[in-house]
Ligand binder design. Structure first.
Ligand code: ZN
Length: 319
């Protein structure tokens, strides 16, 4: 029997049910929020989070995997409040979301020492709570796999080997980071089926994604609604082709929605929407526009749906 850590404690992997593999109930910089708390409206953030999660619940979602790590304002108590208010379980992570920068604290510690921090979160609990991290998160973006990025990847891999927890890596197909990220995890000895390369759906090159799948890892088609990286039509074409090729067992689909995000001033978000940078970005977009389209194309019957949204999350997370 394999199990998964959640904000409600350990559950059997089969209890996760319909799962969104990549959504954020809140995304903000913890250093800014700590220093200028008056710039944030906690009640509004909570209302936005519960509204988004409740809407997903309306489509049958039972569990949300939230890969908010360090530098994303990870807060398991906030996640637990959202779960208590909505009845939707949340799966938290440990790790560092950085494209290169590390605080001196981690700059001057090696991968094994960083891994020990992650292992504590997985085995003892996060942020002084009993809630444990279920998986590891790291990132590579436009700067590529820099020395710091590589160190965090190796730390995640080593914590994964010590605990059995899977790894999710933010990737940037435009900088072709995915293959190198997989290299590092495999070099460290992580099993391919415990690796998920996020944001592959930003690619317009199905063979780039195919090459990752060929190495046995999960690929995230997980940014539906973020038109700035790739419009929905292009994302759908790639998703349909991968399913047509029979890769349902390695595909996960989500929206990378952030119920609130502090990257932009509040007034900039409507402008981004007006200019087409985001469109219908939400925790329900895939149920409204993507799954119906994939069903129409004949590439997503009930069995494929169950594989992508129920069995894959349970298999990747379960340990
Ligand atoms: Zn994300």
């Amino acid at each position: 029997m394999s199990t998964v850590e959640t904000v409600l404690g350990q559950v059997d992997a089969t209890e996760l049910g319909l799962t969104l593999i990549h959504e954020h109930v809140r995304f903000r910089d913890e250093a800014v929020a700590e220093n200028w708390p008056g710039r944030y409206d906690e009640a509004a953030e909570f209302a936005a989070a519960t509204e988004a999660v409740s809407a997903a619940k309306g489509h049958g979602v039972k569990t949300i995997v939230d890969p908010t790590a360090m530098f994303g304002g990870r807060d398991v108590r906030f996640m637990k409040r959202v779960t208590d208010a909505t009845g939707v379980n949340i799966v938290p992570c440990t790790g560092i979301y950085s494209y290169d920068f590390l605080p001196h604290y981690f700059e001057n510690r090696d991968a094994d020492m960083i891994a020990a921090h992650f292992v504590d979160d997985i085995e003892r609990g996060v942020q002084g709570t009993e809630m444990k991290a279920a998986f590891l998160k790291c990132a590579a973006d436009a700067a590529g796999v820099t020395a710091n990025v590589e160190k965090v990847h190796r730390a995640c891999a080593r914590a994964s080997l010590q605990t059995g927890a899977p790894v999710m890596a933010h990737s940037m197909p435009a900088a072709a980071t995915g293959p190198r990220q997989v290299d590092i995890f495999l070099e460290e000895g992580v099993a391919p089926e415990k690796i998920q390369i996020a944001h592959c759906g930003d690619s317009d090159d199905v063979e780039y994604i195919q090459a990752l799948i060929d190495r046995g890892v999960y690929v995230g088609l997980d940014r539906y609604g973020l038109e700035m990286y790739r419009p929905i039509g292009g994302r759908n074409a790639i998703a349909a082709e991968l399913l047509r090729r029979g890769h349902a067992e390695r595909v996960v689909i989500s929206q990378d929605y952030c119920a609130t995000i502090d990257w932009f001033p509040a007034e900039a978000i409507p402008q981004i929407e007006a200019s087409g940078g985001i469109r219908n970005w939400s925790m329900t977009l895939i149920f409204e526009e993507v799954i119906p389209w994939l069903r129409e194309q004949g590439v997503m019957d009930d069995a494929v749906f169950d594989t992508v949204f129920v069995r894959n999350p349970a298999r990747w997370l379960g340990r």
